[in-house]
Design a protein. Sequence first.
Length: 740
Amino acid sequence: MKVLVAEHCGFCAGVKKAVDTALSVPVENTFILGELIHNVDVIARIRARGLIVVDGLEEVPDGATLLIRSHGVGKEIYAVCAARSISVVDCTCSFVRRTQKIVEEASAAGKTVVIAGHREHPEVKGLVGWCSGEVFVFDSADDDFSPLCGKDVVLVSQTTFSVQRFSKIAENLQKVRPKTVEIFQTICYTTICRQREAAEIAKQADAVLVIGGLNSSNTNKLGEIASMYCKRVIRLRNADDFEYEKIKNFKRVGVIAGASTPDWLTSEVLSKMAENNAEVQNETVAQAQAPVAEETVNAPVAEEVVAQAAPEAEAADEKPTMAKVIENIDRETPYKRGQLLTVKIVSAKEEGVYVSVSGKGEILVEKSELDCEEYDRAAYAEKVGESIDVMVIDTKPVKLSEKAVKKVKEEEALLKDVEEGKEFSVVCTGFNKGGLTAELGTYAVFVPAREIRAGYVKELDKMVGKKLRLKMLEIRKERRKEIIASQRVILEAEKAAREAAKAEKEAAFFDSINVGDVVEGKVERVTSFGAFVSVKGFDCLAHISDLSWTGVKEVTDVLEIGKTYQFKVLKIDRENKKVSIGYKQLQPRPWDTAAERYAEGDIVHGKVVRIVPFGAFVELEKGIDGLVHVSQITHEWLENPTSALTIGEEVDAKVLAFDPEAHKITLSIKALQPRPWQESRDRGDRDEQPREGGERRRSRKQNRRTASDYADEEEYREWSDGAFSGASIADLLGGNDDNK
């Protein structure tokens, strides 16, 4: 009889972690929420330690310790534990934790979560507990998927679910035409390997023994898969269920075990097979011509699938007995690649250091494999008798390395951080259609294209050589060591943190500011329509019209970038997050202080800025204009002011009237000009003045003029912006009340 034993037998990493924890954690006041794994023998050992298995949190007292099994639990469990000061020892499988994160994020985004799995399985119940929105659970491809029509769907799987069944569910789900579908094949990599091995062994075996708890989902899946390829599949809880009579007539018997089945249970079954097989073997030899049972199938056996089935005997065409098979299963080769050993230094030679493993023989550790910058034979000679840790890096012949141990320890420390969800960095070394590739120690790193950043990344080749900041999504340690990672989750988390901080800062800002407040702000940048000013870290707009009472063409005529000023809050729009502020509102208006600079009778200087039919406006300073009525421009009659004045011309004028409350100044240019008849009289006087030697001499009037020199009884004192083209007789006489 040949025995085909699956390579992946015994606990998976998640179950092993949970069991090891349960067997080492202090038992006092410690509880386990639900059965740790689906194996009664293991549970019995755990209970024997004194740990208490409970069905609900209500059975756990406040302040106790709670061990969460590898299946995981809902989000609410953690909140209740925190509120009741219950210490949590979390043994949730990393694959399960990844699935929890996927459904939590999808549900928070308003998507419909679909879980392929058994709705009563504790892992599935835990996944449902991480969903805040709509969630469906399907365990068959024949289920009704119509409620998903037109919805944004995210599909995940129970980590121990059948790969074939998941694929069929995904296929049928898409037929009902949901709006969008995101499919995450979250079946554990170990589960996939075990299911693949179960199929391969079943194809080549006449009978298959499936060992594990009868209520173990993953073990039952292996049984289902084996049944698809082999007619005789026997489920065994442990060695007590084994009956040799059921398999004695088969030439090839496959042995597979679930992820929750400990190695010692499998060993007990195999040992019992060997014991029975020795007796039957003698009978078989005696009855060599006995016919073979009809149920026996003579399928070829793949060499790599026969688990260590006595290759020496096969080479000699011997039929290995069951005892030899078990002997070869239990017997390990002296060394395995990657094995860690603690050895003692025996001697130091030129070629390196010779070490002894458990006092048996000597093996050379080449000097290039020693953990030192430069090999010093004398220094190592002094260490004879000391122990060092080495790794087996080759078995034919045996080669040991101290450097490899250091590298492994560094990698283990790094991987521990990676598995705990800490950020790590790598340099992208390549790409394929699916995403980017890199390396982290001995692990390959793969970043799916959708996990590089938010949005579609078109040119993956341009990412080669760039540094990637990553977090682990999944880690595969069996066979090909690989880390599936994401940069997008880091970028999105940072963006969310920035937005949350910004929202909090904005809320605090709007709570602290009111219309009319005087605030201090720094000018950050200017535009054609105003300046953006940082007030308590928030951008406020000072519109150009609110910078000066006199108006400006450029913001920089009033404000300087980088400088701090006082502003007044004019308007607050909390809904749209906008605040308008003003600078001029804190500055005096020109007319408010005009009385300090102007009075009736003053002589002023200004520039003509506007000409209208009834006169001209003269700018005395920014924001203050005075009107020179057409009748006050010259002593001569004018049809239009433009015949005597031009825009931009600078003139002197006399203040005839000043009304600061009405913002009016009435000016007169002609009041500073000599009257025509006075000028004629002055010329006559000069002509009559005798010159020296009997002639009259003309005298020159001094250039300096005063207001008294230009007194005019008919000065025009009031004005309005009436639409007339010149001064009437009534205007000249000062009797036109319409212009007041």
